[in-house]
Design a protein around this ligand. Structure first.
Ligand code: ATP
Ligand code: ZN
Length: 226
């Protein structure tokens, strides 16, 4: 049983594509913070809602361990860790609560320009480089395709040129990076954006009320946006 707490803690990306929009969104909910010297922890001033600034990949784990109550993270990262947990037989402890309307991208299969794309069956027996082995593995299984997954933590798009893989499965927004590496997107396996991730189980302490307040305000702010 997690320890009772009387403040809400939200994990956001420290520096990257989601940092500024995540902070701006929370600020537009009327929240403000006093920053610590190391800039990793921001103490909530207008409400008992604190921020923890971390790498986006760490957010699902911080939620699973109960270190943070909510997180703002790409659906791709959240779902990848959910897929990995499922594959390891671990229960899901956090879930997507609310899509936030920024950080939009796709997780696409991309193949060398010279390929003539005929469909997923063409991937049979091929080696696919990705940072998303859980999501790719699930999708391949759903297609009934048996392919090799080469897990790389970065520079996925140069793997085919280096001979590490035949094709890739990676995040795409404009497609410029793919084009620069003589690759073309042929199949989308997931549409992603930044989401609010939170607990599957409701809070048993004062955080329940704080969470309701936060969600109501987020809802109001997002409604005004579209
Ligand atoms: P960190 O140091 O926090 O690990 P990172 O390099 O993993 O940073 P970013 O490149 O800032 O993370 O991407 C964060 C998120 O932004 C992605 O997980 C994804 O949800 C979203 N995103 C939107 N467009 C793109 C894109 N073109 N490429 C990569 N991520 C994108
Ligand atoms: Zn990351």
């Amino acid at each position: 049983v997690p320890a009772a707490r009387d403040r809400l803690r939200i994990a956001i990306q420290k520096s990257g594509r989601l940092s500024d929009p995540a902070r701006a969104l929370l600020a537009s909910c009327g929240l403000s913070w006093r920053e610590s010297r190391d800039k990793l922890f921001c103490y909530g001033e207008t409400a008992p809602v604190d921020l923890l600034l971390v790498r986006d990949d760490d957010i699902p784990g911080l939620l699973a361990d109960g270190v943070c109550d909510y997180g703002i993270v790409g659906r791709n990262v959240l779902e990848e860790q959910a897929a990995e947990r499922a594959a390891a037989g671990k229960p899901q402890v956090s879930k997507e609560i609310l899509p936030l309307g920024f950080g939009g991208c796709r997780l696409d299969i991309a193949v060398p320009d010279a390929w003539e794309w005929e469909g997923p069956q063409q991937l049979q027996g091929k080696r696919i480089a990705t940072s998303y082995p859980g999501l790719l593995g699930k999708w391949l299984a759903g297609q009934g395709v048996d392919a090799g997954i080469v897990t790389l933590s970065g520079s996925v798009e140069i793997a085919p040129r280096l001979g590490q893989a035949d094709l890739i499965c990676d995040l795409v927004s404009s497609g410029a990076t793919l084009a620069a590496n003589q690759l073309k997107p042929v199949q989308t396996i997931m549409r992603s954006e930044a989401v609010l991730a939170g607990p599957v189980q409701p809070f048993a302490d004062i955080r329940g009320e704080l969470a309701q307040l936060l969600l109501r305000r987020l809802d109001g702010v997002l409604r005004l946006k579209d």
